[in-house]
Ligand binder design. Structure first.
Ligand SMILES: NC(=O)C1=CN([C@@H]2O[C@H](COP(=O)(O)OP(=O)(O)OC[C@H]3O[C@@H](n4cnc5c(N)ncnc54)[C@H](OP(=O)(O)O)[C@@H]3O)[C@@H](O)[C@H]2O)[C@H](O)CC1
Ligand SMILES: [K+]
Length: 237
């Protein structure tokens, strides 16, 4: 069966702009729904009874914000999330998301490698569709640790360090990391061509009109679910 059409980084950024202007959404709303779908994908992969300890690595942009929201939902689902959020900005929304986690006594750590050792799964919410170029500090060590670790990773929107259009960095086998699972938000990005693991689509907030305009497909969400599992490259299952 045909794969879901992909959305490149420029189109994804333009869609976000339009959702938050003429679409009348706030970033808080989009991030809340994106983060909820990340938490639902984690639950579909492994429930808290089996995999309670989740390390959530958050970057400085909206991909990181999705991770902060997902962690709050994971806490309420019964998981024990730990946060690695090394590059916190003064952004007011992020401040509130962090405070909500602190009030739930969700721990924050500066030691990614140490925290990863005790984790059942890692959520990679470091970079999404606005990533480009070489990974800059403080993240190269984190990407290296992900490449060396055997702990399964759920990547949010993109495996961090992969080019959104052209996939894994050309740095040789064993150098880049390969997540066990990916949740694409709104639509898969072109990099799914190089992905081979379990793949979900989430971010259930676009109209059919918007999907037609940006030439992607709304996946077949069932009932009240915020996610759909698709094939590795976005094939409909
Ligand atoms: N419509 C949707 O589906 C929604 C998706 N959401 C999520 O938002 C991200 C995109 O968020 P954005 O804020 O545009 O960008 P990112 O989070 O991907 O990354 C931006 C930050 O990353 C830094 N960056 C970029 N490249 C590098 C690099 N090579 N090394 C280190 N750091 C890098 C960048 O830093 P600057 O220094 O350049 O500022 C940014 O800080 C999308 O993927 C979804 O996950 C929304 O939550 C809701 C709508
Ligand atoms: K990511």
């Amino acid at each position: 069966m045909a794969a879901l059409r992909t959305l490149g980084p420029r189109a994804a950024a333009a869609l976000d702009e339009e959702l938050m202007s003429t679409g009348a959404f706030s970033i808080d709303q989009l991030m809340e729904l994106a983060g909820l779908s990340v938490a639902q994908a984690m639950y579909a992969l492994s429930p808290p009874q089996k995999s309670p300890a989740i390390l959530v690595a958050c970057g400085p942009g909206n991909n990181g914000g999705d991770g902060l929201v997902a962690a709050r939902h994971l806490h309420h689902f019964g998981y024990k999330p730990t946060m690695y959020f090394p590059k916190q900005t003064k952004n007011e929304l992020y401040g509130r998301l962090v405070k909500q986690l602190q009030q739930l006594k969700v721990p924050f750590t500066d030691d990614f490698v140490g925290a990863a050792k005790g984790s059942d799964w890692i959520i990679d919410a470091i970079f999404g569709f606005s990533f480009s170029g070489e990974v800059r500090e403080p993240f190269p060590g984190v990407i290296k640790a992900l490449a060396e670790s055997k702990i399964p990773v759920l990547a949010v929107d993109a495996p961090s360090s992969w080019n959104i259009d052209s996939g894994p960095p050309q740095d040789g086998p064993g150098q880049h990391y390969i997540p066990a699972a990916l949740i694409s938000l709104t639509a898969p990005k072109p990099l799914v061509k190089w992905f081979g693991g379990r793949h979900f689509v989430g971010g259930r907030f676009v109209s059919q009109e918007m999907a037609d305009k940006y030439e992607f497909d709304v996946p077949p969400y069932k009932g009240s679910e915020q996610i759909v599992e698709v094939g590795s490259h976005g094939e409909k299952l």
